[in-house]
Write a protein that binds this ligand. Structure first.
Ligand code: ATP
Length: 492
């Protein structure tokens, strides 16, 4: 099914998932707020990730480090020097673009027109130029390919310049260079600088990991595609510390674990693919992205990187504090492996990009037969463990004690499950409202409920209805809607 991205974006706003930030002031580019349903879905995703990466693992613990960090950290990590994107302006439209994105878009056009070899060769030429920091060459490539500005339609480009993506701010009352802090552009460094704190206080033995969920900030040159590319976003990152020489084995193993995670959440195998990096970052010896087929094409959702010992080594140099681990396991010669700086395999997924993938995957618009009539129906086919609400309690009418019984059932359910109560409008309208936000079950209280305590459960996807006792409803919710269902699937 071809899904229209515009419909998904409007749905997100109309049903309380995602709002433009500062909406009454016409929004702030590339910044978004999560609404009443969005925050529940996002929290469920974060909880699924957190439990999959800590509770389900034997040797991973979590931390929550501060957004502000010592400015030297960003020198050690290489971000001050090289966390740049190449940008270029069109002199006629005055619009700014990422030079690499312009070329990549051209390559996609070529591929779509059946010229895969041409596209590959263009990308490889661009990668070589970027690797050599040959910005003049990148400019020449844009001109040679006759890439035009989509707004002005001209090829009148400025030279290509590097643009650092870190936001900076001043701390304290004096403003000089020493008081400049950066808003972290990734959460990973908070993990690296706490490596020894956690290892020592947690008596962690290699291989072990540290996980973290938190905000990151990047002054993206071009903000596009809704919450796909934001200036303030959330990352879910895990750094796995391993013995040098074993990193590529762990890298393979994490690739599989992470793919299984996305599939357990409901993303389809055919909508996920690997993208091996040709051009490796300065710190990596292997890197791959998990791409999801968004309505605008396959794009990165998660990165898995073998980061060598680059970060810890660099922090050791800059901080003058040893970042070593003593490994008392014995090697093939019966001697302890001894002191070394561990190698790191990292998994890094954007909470917002995952949210967008899950929303796109869930958005379903179909034609159904309703008696004699055919009707359009839209619903969110979310995994019940991710749905903002697990069940909606709906008395078929308010009178004759059905409202009171409905309220009693609702109060009983809501201490264990995210439940909502709705008695307004016709029952059909209420079902539709719940379908639109992805509630997997609606519970109807009717006259028979007054007599024997049974209720009708209406299933979101199939629209089928079953008669059940309240105990059966609770058991069904317990089995189908908790995060443990997802964890079991990931472990299987
Ligand atoms: P891209 O190439 O799309 O800019 P990246 O390779 O720079 O992404 P990483 O630095 O590997 O991304 O960050 C890890 C993850 O963080 C990404 O896979 C993505 O899910 C998320 N992420 C990165 N930048 C953004 C952003 N501007 N908005 C939302 N999520 C982001």
């Amino acid at each position: 099914m071809q899904k229209d991205f515009k419909d998904i974006v409007s749905h997100a706003k109309e049903y309380g998932f995602v709002f433009p930030s500062s909406d009454i002031y016409d929004g702030l580019q590339a910044v978004y707020d999560y609404g009443q349903n969005g925050v529940e879905l996002k929290n469920n995703l974060k909880q699924a990730w957190w439990k999959a990466m800590t509770q389900l693992q034997d040797n991973i613990v979590g931390i929550d480090s501060a957004i502000f960090m010592h400015p030297t950290i960003w020198k050690a990590s290489g971000h001050v020097e090289s966390f740049n994107d190449p940008m270029v302006d069109n002199k006629d439209s005055k619009k700014r673009y990422r030079a690499d994105t312009l070329i990549e878009d051209r390559a996609t056009e070529m591929e779509n027109a059946g010229n895969k070899a041409g596209a590959d060769s263009l990308l490889s030429e661009m990668n070589q130029l970027l690797e050599a920091s040959d910005l003049k060459g990148v400019h020449e490539l844009i001109v040679r390919e006759n890439i035009k500005c989509p707004v002005s339609g001209t090829c009148n480009w400025t030279e290509v310049r590097q643009f650092n993506l870190m936001f900076s701010t001043q701390v304290g009352s004096v403003s000089d260079e020493s008081s400049t802090l950066y808003l972290r552009p990734e959460t990973a460094q908070g993990i690296f600088v706490n490596f020894l704190n956690v290892q020592k206080t947690g008596r962690m033995k290699i291989p072990f990991g540290i996980a973290q969920i938190g905000k990151a900030f990047r002054n993206e040159i071009v903000a596009r595609q809704f919450i796909f590319r934001m200036r303030e976003f959330e990352q879910m990152e895990m750094q796995f510390f391993v013995r040098p020489g074993t990193e590529l084995q762990w890298y393979e193993s994490w690739k599989n674990i992470r793919l299984r995670f996305h599939q357990a959440l409901g993303l389809q195998a055919e909508d996920l693919r690997w993208h091996e990096h040709e051009k490796l970052a300065h710190y990596a010896n292997a890197a791959v992205d998990i791409e999801y087929r968004f309505p605008f094409g396959f794009k990165e959702m998660e990165g898995i990187h073998s980061r060598t010992d680059f970060d810890l080594k660099s922090h050791q140099e800059f901080s003058k504090k040893k970042q070593q681990y003593f490994d008392n396991d014995l090697d093939a010669n019966g001697k302890p492996f001894g002191n070394y700086i561990p190698f790191v395999v990292e998994t890094s997924v954007g909470a917002d990009r995952l949210f967008l993938a899950i929303l796109c995957n869930a958005y379903t618009s179909e034609t159904v037969q309703d008696g004699e009539q055919t009707k359009e129906r839209t619903y969110l086919n979310l995994h019940p463990a991710l749905s903002p609400f697990k069940i909606a309690v709906c008395p078929i009418v308010k009178k004759d004690g059905l409202g009171e019984l409905g309220q009693k059932i609702y109060r009983e359910l809501k201490t264990s499950f995210m439940a909502t109560y709705d008695e307004k409008d016709s029952i059909g309208k209420r079902y539709t409202r719940q379908d639109l936000i992805g509630t997997p079950y609606c519970l109807a209280v009717d006259y028979q409920s007054l007599e024997d305590g049974t209720v009708t459960i209406r299933h979101r996807n199939s629209m089928q209805q079953d008669r059940m006792t309240l105990e059966e409803v609770k058991a069904m919710l317990q089995t189908n809607t908790s995060i443990s269902v997802l964890l079991n699937q990931m472990q299987a």
